[in-house]
Design a protein around this ligand. Structure first.
Ligand SMILES: [Zn+2]
Length: 364
């Protein structure tokens, strides 16, 4: 086995990120600043290294309460226009510095109205932040394009309102819609009116499915709700049987997902932390990549998982001995699956991603 690809090389590789939560990627120092500015006094530490360790440990503790507490703090300090714009701008800057060239970042507008903002004001503040972040990234020589995905919470009853918001802002920085939150007991079919509305409006959406919960959740997301993509979709592996000779037998649902090229937004580190996969080495991404499912690599929550796109690639390179061709394949998969128009996706693939990988391959 050759030495696996390292962070300095993979950081230079163009990357595309489709599944990343805005409130899961705030800089620890910014959480502290924003808490001080808003009088939020519930943070477990005001030292940024200590706080960053706390986030990782709480998220990794196996306790759902502690995991949710991490988001209570980030969301708690993201309740003003300035705070939202700052977090969004820094998100775009951090991703660009990590070599991400295109990203779709999701957040739930309904979680950011405690300070008196209306839902449209939340969307406008985040959009303004992304545009500022794009300007700073371009000035730093690392151009990035960022779109927003508006998330509705699956246990709440505002999905229709959020879907309407996604359609209202679709030409102004919002690429699509998402639904998130605990899967068990909250089937996506509860939000059918929102999904049907989006389909009638020719709008795009993804659904968190098949992370904590199995095949029925994936089946509902695709066959009842009409999801364009699956958030995680890890459990699709339950519909695949591998024989003693290594031959794979796909059940009807797995075959449908592969045949229809339905993108799977997988986030290896996060999937291990939530127990959806045992380890990176055991992550279904290894088999799914071999079987040519439309797999994409994502970060999910950079702060809580202590990760980045480069870090996810490094771990996959170590676990599966992937080379640059594999990472270009994951990246092109993600770009093909983005919610922006086809010609714009193609331009990023041909003008940015392929030349970026070609230059890296000749550099080495
Ligand atoms: Zn997620």
């Amino acid at each position: 086995m050759t030495k696996s690809l390292t962070a300095p090389i993979l950081r230079k590789a163009p990357k595309v990120l489709l599944h990343d939560h805005l409130d899961g990627g705030v800089r620890p120092a910014t959480v502290i600043d924003l808490a001080a500015a808003s009088g939020y006094d519930a943070l477990p530490s005001t030292d940024d290294e200590e706080l960053s360790r706390w986030f990782y440990e709480a998220a990794n503790s196996g306790s759902l309460e502690r995991y949710l507490e991490t988001f209570a703090h980030t969301v708690g300090v993201m309740q003003t226009r300035e705070a939202l714009a700052r977090v969004a701008a820094e998100c775009a800057e951090d991703l660009a510095a990590d070599g991400v060239v295109y990203a779709e970042i999701r957040y739930a507008p309904e979680l950011h109205v405690d300070g008196g903002l209306s839902l449209p004001e939340v969307v406008e503040a985040v959009n303004e932040g992304f545009r500022e972040g794009e300007r700073r990234a371009a000035a730093a020589g690392t151009p990035i394009r960022v779109g927003a995905l508006l998330t509705a919470m699956r246990h709440a009853a505002r999905s229709m309102e959020i879907a309407e918001l996604a359609v209202r802002y679709r030409d102004e920085g919002v690429a699509g819609f998402d639904i998130a939150g605990a899967e068990a007991g909250h089937p996506p079919t509860r939000h059918l009116d929102a999904f049907e509305y989006l389909q009638r409006e020719n709008a795009h959406f993804t659904i968190h499915a098949g992370e904590g919960f199995g095949l029925p959740s994936i089946w509902q997301a695709i066959q009842w709700c009409g999801a364009d993509r699956l958030g995680h979709g890890v459990r699709i592996i339950d519909d695949i049987t591998v024989g003693p000779g290594g031959e794979a037998d796909l059940g009807r649902l797995a075959a449908y997902v592969r045949d229809k090229r339905i993108p799977l937004e997988m986030a290896p580190t996060s999937n291990v932390m939530t127990g959806a996969a045992k380890s990176i080495e055991d992550h279904p991404i290894g088999l799914l990549r071999k079987l040519y499912f439309r797999v994409t690599v994502n970060t999910d929550n950079r702060l809580m998982s202590g990760t980045s796109m480069t870090q996810e690639f490094v771990k996959l390179a170590e676990a599966f001995d992937y080379d640059l061709r594999d990472f270009q394949w994951f990246t092109v998969n993600a770009m093909k699956s983005a919610f922006i128009p086809f010609d714009e996706r193609l331009a990023l693939i041909n003008d940015v991603i392929k030349p970026g990988y070609a230059a890296l391959a000749t550099d080495r």
